[in-house]
Design a protein around this ligand. Sequence first.
Ligand code: NAD
Ligand code: UDP
Length: 330
Amino acid sequence: MNILVLGGAGYIGSHTAKELIKAGHNTIIADSLVTGYKNAIPEQAKFYKGDLRDFDFLDNLFSSEKIDAVIHFAAFSLVGESVTDPLKYYDNNLCGTKVLLDAMVKHGIDKIVFSSTAATYGEPENIPILESDKTCPTNPYGETKLAMEKMFKWTAAAHGMRYVSLRYFNACGADESGEIGEAHNPESHLIPLILQVPNGKREYISIFGTDYDTPDGTCIRDYIHVTDLAQAHILAVEYLAKGGESDIFNLGNGVGYSVREVIETAREVTGHPIPAVEMSRRAGDPARLVASSEKARSILGWKPVHDSLSEIIASAWKWHKNHPNGYNEK
Ligand code: NAD
Ligand code: UDP
């Protein structure tokens, strides 16, 4: 298939583009590089630099390339920033997606897979979380993703389009080659921040909250390897190509690890003592977020294979150790 990867120069998009190419799909990437990196783009992919919110850019792209399906990663995703600057998030995530849908409708492109998030649930009522559970985001970032899902639902119904929304839990790890990996600036995610300590870029890791109602008092999350996420996107596109109905799927391993367990595993993987300092809670963090991914397993046939935390952290470490400054080189 000819697949457009929007946001393909970013962390999850670049890993997905690499797996799409391996699976034999003709992969076209569009990205403004606002948070992505040209060096993350596989050389076999054709690259168009431009902004999702620019209708003419997408209109020209869809006129030049015959696109069968779109995989849409392009968004802002810093929870804290979304609280202080919500309109930046509504503008890029929701208004940007509206422009994309306008262009897709105009060009008759009827299949899209897009990045949603566990943040659509907010404080969960049940663990593991099912797709049918209540969605009540606790921040504007999660709200924009939930609003995107609803915009897809109504637009798909009106224009004969089908979509798959993938609600990722905690994306982490890096491609086995060690050539691409996670590179957010600023970085806010736990595993890359921990690995900054053995890399000499940070003296200690902060533990945000030790008084949660969990066995060791720290938050529990479901860490899912980025290559397993990438495979889910390929399965989702293929599912739509075979005529599958629009749907929403959680993507996680179904196993929760506490912040202390993640730090301890990183100590074992890196052989570094990684000092940790206990701090107060970070606003808006639910105590536990663990996915039920049974639906993705049964309907898409998805099976995460990198499900050990030490393997996930080892793959991240391989990337960060050799690229301490990410794509801005050594
Ligand atoms: P990222 O910032 O590395 O990638 C996003 C890419 O989109 C970047 O290359 C950026 O340049 C591009 N982009 C952003 N706005 C654009 C625009 N207006 N026009 C064109 N390109 C634009 O982020 P990521 O971690 O790879 O996340 C990808 C997607 O997954 C996002 O939608 C994010 O909300 C979602 N998500 C991520 C996680 C996670 O743990 N990283 C978890 C849940 C959901
Ligand atoms: N966390 C932490 N110290 C950090 C960064 C994150 O204790 O320096 C915690 C955070 O409070 C959450 C977990 O690690 O409980 C995962 O956070 P991350 O930002 O990676 O992902 P989130 O679950 O917020 O999407």
